[in-house]
Design a protein around this ligand. Structure first.
Ligand code: SAH
Length: 226
């Protein structure tokens, strides 16, 4: 999988994506990226990529001519995604869909300032995608969230194979059950007896029941979705 990342802060990549399983996948060549500096396509020697908003108001907007030239510099763009609070919110189902084709290319456009000129979105048939109902100062963190979540579910990224991701919150149609590891007794708190019993049927039932309970309390909306 390949990502073309358009940003005015190319030094922010791979950033957090260099660590852990996703970082190892980068080293193994399961995914690759090019960070393209939008400033290289600036309209003047000052490196301007933004301008005042038509119609007035505070805040600058990224110029379509600059972004158009930056996008045109990418030979194989694949699907173009602009991170924006206006898009549908990324969820695990969408993550799976994006991860489906291991040879896919995605071009990720990281906005800054107030965002980008609307005409760019139309001209390149760009998909808008949000990572949640809050406002970031730029799309770079959103791009890292996207790459991390998508690469993570690709084959040979997590140890433990299919099972490692199949048991996760959202994948099981709800939230995960409580997790425990050694020591079995800690500060007077004991691990639930059933988990030490070795009885797989009982353990599975307990986990299912815990998961249902927690989901019902915290995220009833996930149950309705099922
Ligand atoms: N004026 C915009 C917010 C601009 S924030 C609005 O009101 O909708 C600056 C940039 O940060 C955006 O262009 C976008 O690329 C990124 N960004 C901010 N919040 C985001 C979110 N929730 N999801 C994805 N990207 C976001």
């Amino acid at each position: 999988m390949h990502f073309n990342i358009l940003t005015i802060f190319p030094e922010m990549f791979p950033g957090t994506l260099s660590g852990g399983v996703v970082g190892r996948a980068l080293e193994k060549g399961i995914w690759s990226f090019d960070a393209i500096n939008i400033r290289d396509f600036a309209i003047n020697n000052y490196g301007s990529v933004d301008d005042e908003q038509f119609g007035g108001g505070v805040g600058m907007v990224m110029r379509p001519d600059v972004l158009g030239n930056a996008l045109d510099s990418v030979k194989n763009r694949g699907k173009i995604i602009y991170f924006s609070p206006r898009g549908p919110t990324l969820n695990q189902h969408m993550v799976r869909e994006f991860a489906n084709d291991k040879n896919a290319t995605y071009t990720l456009l990281c906005g800054r300032y107030e965002g980008i000129d609307q005409r760019v979105i139309e001209e390149y048939d760009i998909m808008e995608l949000s990572i949640g109902d809050y406002i970031l100062s730029g799309g770079e963190i959103a791009a890292q969230v996207f790459v991390d979540s998508v690469v993570r579910v690709m084959d040979n990224v997590l140890g433990g194979g299919v099972e490692a991701t199949a048991n996760e919150s959202f994948e099981i149609g709800g939230l995960e059950w409580p997790l425990y590891t050694r020591p079995s007794a800690w500060r007077g708190r004991n691990v639930p007896e059933v988990l030490l019993s070795g009885h797989h049927g009982n353990i599975e039932r307990w986990r299912k029941q815990q998961s249902d309970e927690i989901t019902k309390q915290r995220r009833p909306d996930l149950i309705k979705e099922k």
